[in-house]
Design a protein around this ligand. Structure first.
Ligand code: C2O
Ligand code: CU
Length: 486
């Protein structure tokens, strides 16, 4: 180990252990180790009419000092409730803006009309309520909702606004999978924050936080039963990617990605997640002793430059105490199995037919430019313009859309309206767990990635959909474009 790395590790562990701000949480730890906080599990909303109110809130993250001002939906201390929807339902979303600032709410991953999408054009003024309605056409999977007002996305997300959406459907329901929310089916929203001296969130230094938060909980632990459990992971970071694994390097099984279940479980010991991506994994706790524990960790040390969070600096705009380290995400305490818990891994999941390159009826190529010397990024030599339509796609076109990552850094690419299949990565092969219905992917430094999607059902000659980097600071800086389907 080189001395720089050793120094970093010492610094990072010093920050955790001696932690002038010994962490605490409004929910105090209930299990074996009182230096940990009990993982917050967001409450759920069910039915077909969903009411969300965004407002300012506060949360006590540290034992000493002031509470932190946060944003949340429906009066939580941070983040928002988990919305549970059934495929085929016609739903109404009543979104009320209780902030003093304009906002929007985007249904990330959903196939809905552009006017219902909640992008930068569907503004919600302070005290106003926006009420889109749509039919849930998406497959059973884990999606999310979050603010998307141009040049406010980074700030409102960082303050804590966002929430998960779990879609259920009959195909998923017929499988022998864990699905008791909060017991063996656990949402894990991964992000990090930097705090100012007065405990407020730092919403100005743009890339990385120093403290890992899982569902808004610092230094969390959870009790999980001795059986197969399902973790629904979302990378809700600003830039950081996660190279996930368990502390004993056990094998786990990826069963779903952004827009649906995979055809078969994919076994891995590490899983890389870029910003905005979701993965559902199964982990077998059936061989663990009751009372023992394991940890979910980020093995983020020694990544190549361009992997967000690999930078060695411990402070500053592109540094953090978590950069280029292995850090604990979640302590898992094993408890007794539940009655009827899942004890076997399914061999097959759902039958998927993904788009191939040869299915494409047209193609689009988009280049990432800019970013020199820390300046903003943009697509195809233009910063995002609210009034410019960058691409027009014929209704029902099957499009091969290629992005070239540029030579400065990695990014997360997200396309609204569709679920696509990744058909090529110029840097090498596509990880087996990435093959599937996706709406967001990580693009490495210097790479070109192609996806294929069909733009069906919703045409609108005036309302655009967005495509952008999902790093909210990059998106706010102009790394976004818009397309109409007509
Ligand atoms: Cu998660 Cu354009 O958004
Ligand atoms: Cu980016």
């Amino acid at each position: 180990m080189n001395t720089r790395l050793l120094a970093l590790l010492i610094l990072a562990s010093f920050a955790w252990v001696s932690c002038k701000k010994a962490s605490t949480d409004s929910s105090s730890a209930s299990s074996t180790d009182t230096t940990f906080n009990t993982l917050f599990i967001p409450p759920t909303l069910t039915g077909t009419t969903f009411n969300l109110t965004l407002s300012q809130s506060s949360k006590q993250f540290f034992k000493t000092g002031a509470a932190t001002t946060t944003y949340s939906y429906n009066g939580q201390s941070i983040w928002g409730p988990t919305i549970i929807m059934n495929k085929g339902d016609n739903v109404v979303m009543n979104v009320t803006n209780g902030l003093r600032d304009t906002t929007t709410v985007h249904w990330h991953g959903f196939h809905v009309p552009a006017k219902m999408d909640g992008g930068p054009h569907q503004k919600i003024a302070p005290n106003a309520t926006w009420s889109p309605n749509f039919t849930v056409m998406n497959n059973a999977a884990t999606y999310w909702y979050h603010p998307h007002l141009h040049q406010k996305t980074y700030e409102q997300l960082t303050m804590g606004a966002g929430g998960l959406i779990i879609v259920k459907d009959p195909i998923e329901a017929a499988l022998n999978l864990p699905r008791t929310y909060g017991t063996d089916d656990i949402p894990l929203v991964l992000t990090s924050r930097r705090f100012n001296a007065d405990n407020s969130f730092d919403v100005t230094s743009h890339a990385y936080g120093d403290y890992e938060l899982v569902n808004g909980t610092i230094h969390p632990q959870v009790s999980l039963p001795k059986q197969f459990v399902r973790l629904r992971l979302l990378n809700a970071e600003t830039e950081r990617a996660y190279n996930l694994g368990f502390s004993d390097n056990r094998t786990f099984y990826v069963i779903g990605n952004d827009g649906g279940l995979l055809s078969t479980p994919v076994s891995v010991t590490r899983l890389i997640m870029g910003v905005g991506e979701r993965y559902e994994i199964l982990v077998n706790l059936g061989n663990d002793a009751v009372g023992s524990n394991i940890s979910l960790k980020a093995y983020n040390s020694n990544q190549a430059f361009g992997f967000p969070g690999a930078e060695p600096a411990t402070s500053g705009e592109f540094g953090s105490l978590l950069n280029n380290t292995e850090f604990q995400i979640l302590k898992i305490n094993i408890t007794a199995a539940t009655a009827g818990g899942i004890t076997t891994l399914p061999n097959t999941l759902v039958s998927n037919t993904y788009w191939k390159s040869t299915d494409a009826t047209s193609s689009i190529t988009t280049a990432i430019n800019g970013g020199q010397g820390g300046s903003a990024f943009y697509f195809d030599n233009n910063y995002y313009n609210y009034n410019t339509i960058n691409q027009t796609i014929p209704l029902n076109a099957v499009v091969k859309w290629s992005f070239s990552g540029g030579n400065i850094f990695g990014h997360s690419i997200h396309i609204h309206d569709v679920q696509f299949n990744i058909v090529s990565r110029s840097s090498g092969s596509i990880a087996p767990y990435e093959i599937g219905w996706k709406d967001t992917y990580f693009i490495h430094l210097g790479e070109t990635v192609s996806v294929v999607a069909k733009f069906s059902d919703f045409s609108d000659t005036t309302s655009p959909f967005m495509y952008h980097c999902h790093f909210p600071n990059h998106e706010d800086g102009g790394l976004m474009g818009q397309f109409i389907v007509k």
